[in-house]
Design a protein around this ligand. Structure first.
Ligand SMILES: C[S@@+](CC[C@H](N)C(=O)[O-])C[C@H]1O[C@@H](n2cnc3c(N)ncnc32)[C@H](O)[C@@H]1O
Length: 187
Protein backbone atom coordinates (compact mmCIF):
# COMPACT_ATOMS: atom_id res chain seq x y z
CA UNK A 1 0.00 0.00 0.00
CA UNK A 2 2.81 2.42 0.92
CA UNK A 3 4.53 1.81 -2.42
CA UNK A 4 1.26 2.31 -4.30
CA UNK A 5 0.58 5.58 -2.44
CA UNK A 6 4.07 6.83 -3.17
CA UNK A 7 3.92 6.00 -6.86
CA UNK A 8 0.48 7.56 -7.22
CA UNK A 9 1.40 10.78 -5.41
CA UNK A 10 4.78 11.02 -7.11
CA UNK A 11 2.86 10.92 -10.41
CA UNK A 12 0.50 13.68 -9.27
CA UNK A 13 3.33 15.95 -8.09
CA UNK A 14 5.33 15.31 -11.27
CA UNK A 15 2.41 16.66 -13.27
CA UNK A 16 2.25 19.75 -11.03
CA UNK A 17 5.94 20.54 -11.21
CA UNK A 18 5.53 23.55 -13.50
CA UNK A 19 2.66 25.00 -11.45
CA UNK A 20 3.40 27.93 -9.16
CA UNK A 21 4.40 27.05 -5.61
CA UNK A 22 1.22 27.20 -3.48
CA UNK A 23 0.70 29.71 -0.66
CA UNK A 24 0.26 28.61 2.96
CA UNK A 25 -3.30 27.89 4.03
CA UNK A 26 -5.30 30.87 5.40
CA UNK A 27 -6.36 28.81 8.44
CA UNK A 28 -2.71 28.42 9.40
CA UNK A 29 -1.98 32.11 8.85
CA UNK A 30 -4.87 33.01 11.09
CA UNK A 31 -4.42 30.49 13.90
CA UNK A 32 -0.72 29.58 14.24
CA UNK A 33 0.70 31.67 17.07
CA UNK A 34 4.19 33.16 16.76
CA UNK A 35 6.75 30.75 18.25
CA UNK A 36 7.01 31.24 22.00
CA UNK A 37 10.73 30.47 22.25
CA UNK A 38 13.78 29.29 20.30
CA UNK A 39 12.82 25.63 20.80
CA UNK A 40 9.34 25.92 19.31
CA UNK A 41 8.65 22.93 17.08
CA UNK A 42 5.99 22.21 14.50
CA UNK A 43 4.88 19.27 12.37
CA UNK A 44 3.31 19.46 8.91
CA UNK A 45 1.97 15.96 8.23
CA UNK A 46 1.20 14.69 4.72
CA UNK A 47 2.68 18.02 3.77
CA UNK A 48 2.83 17.72 -0.02
CA UNK A 49 5.26 20.35 -1.29
CA UNK A 50 5.44 21.76 2.24
CA UNK A 51 3.99 25.24 1.80
CA UNK A 52 2.49 25.20 5.30
CA UNK A 53 5.55 23.77 7.03
CA UNK A 54 7.86 26.24 5.27
CA UNK A 55 5.67 29.13 6.36
CA UNK A 56 5.93 27.92 9.97
CA UNK A 57 9.72 27.67 9.55
CA UNK A 58 9.79 31.23 8.26
CA UNK A 59 7.88 32.27 11.37
CA UNK A 60 10.67 30.72 13.46
CA UNK A 61 9.51 27.19 14.25
CA UNK A 62 11.77 24.19 13.75
CA UNK A 63 9.59 22.12 11.47
CA UNK A 64 9.28 18.43 10.61
CA UNK A 65 7.73 18.14 7.16
CA UNK A 66 6.57 14.59 6.46
CA UNK A 67 5.25 13.15 3.23
CA UNK A 68 5.41 9.89 1.32
CA UNK A 69 6.21 11.54 -2.03
CA UNK A 70 9.86 12.11 -2.93
CA UNK A 71 8.82 14.37 -5.78
CA UNK A 72 6.81 16.60 -3.43
CA UNK A 73 9.66 16.76 -0.95
CA UNK A 74 12.13 17.60 -3.72
CA UNK A 75 9.98 20.64 -4.50
CA UNK A 76 9.85 21.50 -0.80
CA UNK A 77 13.65 21.28 -0.63
CA UNK A 78 14.16 23.59 -3.58
CA UNK A 79 11.76 26.12 -2.05
CA UNK A 80 13.43 25.75 1.34
CA UNK A 81 16.81 26.40 -0.27
CA UNK A 82 15.50 29.42 -2.14
CA UNK A 83 14.12 30.87 1.08
CA UNK A 84 17.34 30.04 2.90
CA UNK A 85 15.58 28.21 5.72
CA UNK A 86 17.72 25.94 7.89
CA UNK A 87 15.20 24.95 10.55
CA UNK A 88 13.40 22.31 8.46
CA UNK A 89 13.57 18.51 8.50
CA UNK A 90 12.18 16.96 5.34
CA UNK A 91 11.19 13.37 6.04
CA UNK A 92 10.02 10.95 3.38
CA UNK A 93 7.84 8.48 5.26
CA UNK A 94 4.59 6.53 5.16
CA UNK A 95 2.34 7.83 7.93
CA UNK A 96 1.57 4.23 8.82
CA UNK A 97 5.18 3.90 9.99
CA UNK A 98 4.99 7.14 11.95
CA UNK A 99 6.42 7.24 15.48
CA UNK A 100 6.23 10.60 17.23
CA UNK A 101 7.65 11.55 20.61
CA UNK A 102 5.08 12.61 23.16
CA UNK A 103 4.81 16.36 23.79
CA UNK A 104 7.21 17.25 20.97
CA UNK A 105 5.30 19.90 19.06
CA UNK A 106 3.89 23.35 19.76
CA UNK A 107 1.91 23.20 16.52
CA UNK A 108 0.76 20.20 14.50
CA UNK A 109 -0.91 20.92 11.20
CA UNK A 110 -2.63 18.59 8.78
CA UNK A 111 -4.22 19.84 5.60
CA UNK A 112 -6.25 17.78 3.14
CA UNK A 113 -5.36 14.39 4.57
CA UNK A 114 -7.24 11.91 6.74
CA UNK A 115 -6.30 8.66 8.42
CA UNK A 116 -8.39 8.32 11.52
CA UNK A 117 -6.06 6.00 13.39
CA UNK A 118 -3.50 8.84 13.54
CA UNK A 119 -5.54 11.04 15.89
CA UNK A 120 -4.31 9.50 19.19
CA UNK A 121 -0.68 9.71 18.01
CA UNK A 122 -1.05 13.31 16.84
CA UNK A 123 -2.77 14.35 20.07
CA UNK A 124 -0.01 12.74 22.13
CA UNK A 125 2.69 14.52 20.11
CA UNK A 126 1.43 18.02 21.02
CA UNK A 127 2.92 19.82 24.04
CA UNK A 128 0.46 20.89 26.75
CA UNK A 129 -0.66 24.36 25.69
CA UNK A 130 0.24 23.56 22.07
CA UNK A 131 -2.30 23.28 19.29
CA UNK A 132 -3.53 21.29 16.33
CA UNK A 133 -4.68 22.95 13.16
CA UNK A 134 -6.59 20.50 10.98
CA UNK A 135 -8.50 20.99 7.78
CA UNK A 136 -9.72 18.40 5.31
CA UNK A 137 -12.60 17.33 3.11
CA UNK A 138 -15.91 16.16 4.53
CA UNK A 139 -18.72 14.03 3.09
CA UNK A 140 -20.13 17.00 1.17
CA UNK A 141 -17.11 16.60 -1.11
CA UNK A 142 -19.07 13.72 -2.69
CA UNK A 143 -21.25 16.39 -4.31
CA UNK A 144 -18.10 17.67 -6.02
CA UNK A 145 -16.35 14.34 -6.76
CA UNK A 146 -18.96 11.56 -6.44
CA UNK A 147 -16.40 8.77 -6.91
CA UNK A 148 -14.12 10.00 -4.07
CA UNK A 149 -13.36 7.26 -1.50
CA UNK A 150 -15.66 7.97 1.44
CA UNK A 151 -13.23 6.57 4.00
CA UNK A 152 -11.00 9.61 3.43
CA UNK A 153 -13.88 12.03 4.12
CA UNK A 154 -14.95 13.34 7.52
CA UNK A 155 -18.52 13.24 8.69
CA UNK A 156 -19.89 16.68 9.53
CA UNK A 157 -18.83 17.60 13.07
CA UNK A 158 -16.59 14.53 13.32
CA UNK A 159 -13.32 16.41 13.91
CA UNK A 160 -14.68 18.02 17.06
CA UNK A 161 -15.35 14.59 18.53
CA UNK A 162 -11.65 13.70 18.45
CA UNK A 163 -10.79 16.86 20.40
CA UNK A 164 -13.69 17.04 22.86
CA UNK A 165 -11.17 16.97 25.75
CA UNK A 166 -9.21 19.93 24.28
CA UNK A 167 -10.02 23.63 24.24
CA UNK A 168 -11.75 24.35 20.95
CA UNK A 169 -10.55 27.58 19.37
CA UNK A 170 -12.37 27.19 16.07
CA UNK A 171 -14.39 24.42 14.51
CA UNK A 172 -16.55 24.71 11.43
CA UNK A 173 -17.70 22.74 8.43
CA UNK A 174 -17.42 25.20 5.58
CA UNK A 175 -18.97 23.67 2.48
CA UNK A 176 -17.09 20.46 1.73
CA UNK A 177 -14.16 21.26 4.06
CA UNK A 178 -14.06 20.84 7.86
CA UNK A 179 -11.72 23.01 9.92
CA UNK A 180 -10.60 22.66 13.50
CA UNK A 181 -8.17 24.49 15.76
CA UNK A 182 -7.80 23.16 19.30
CA UNK A 183 -5.42 23.65 22.22
CA UNK A 184 -4.18 20.78 24.39
CA UNK A 185 -4.93 21.33 28.07
CA UNK A 186 -1.95 22.18 30.30
CA UNK A 187 -2.72 19.24 32.62
C1 LIG B 1 -4.16 16.22 -0.94
S1 LIG B 1 -2.42 16.15 -0.63
C2 LIG B 1 -2.26 17.43 0.60
C3 LIG B 1 -0.87 17.97 0.67
C4 LIG B 1 -0.74 19.22 1.58
N1 LIG B 1 -1.05 18.90 2.95
C5 LIG B 1 -1.59 20.34 1.06
O1 LIG B 1 -2.62 20.66 1.66
O2 LIG B 1 -1.22 20.89 0.01
C6 LIG B 1 -2.21 14.68 0.32
C7 LIG B 1 -0.76 14.38 0.66
O3 LIG B 1 -0.68 13.18 1.43
C8 LIG B 1 0.49 12.50 1.04
N2 LIG B 1 0.32 11.08 1.40
C9 LIG B 1 -0.56 10.20 0.85
N3 LIG B 1 -0.44 9.01 1.45
C10 LIG B 1 0.53 9.13 2.39
C11 LIG B 1 1.11 8.23 3.32
N4 LIG B 1 0.71 6.97 3.39
N5 LIG B 1 2.09 8.69 4.13
C12 LIG B 1 2.53 10.00 4.05
N6 LIG B 1 2.00 10.89 3.18
C13 LIG B 1 1.02 10.45 2.36
C14 LIG B 1 0.59 12.73 -0.44
O4 LIG B 1 1.89 12.51 -0.95
C15 LIG B 1 0.14 14.18 -0.55
O5 LIG B 1 1.23 15.05 -0.46
Amino acid sequence: MAAEDRIRWDGIFRQRVSQPYPPADPLLLQYAPPPGDDDARALDLAAGVGQNGLWLAQEGYTVDIIDISRIALRRALSEQTMRNLRNVNLLQMDVDDLRLDAKRYDVVCVFRYLKRHLFPLLKRSVKPGGRIIYSTFNVDYLDVVPQFNKKFLLDLGELEGYFSDWQLVYSEDVGHVSHLVAIKPEI
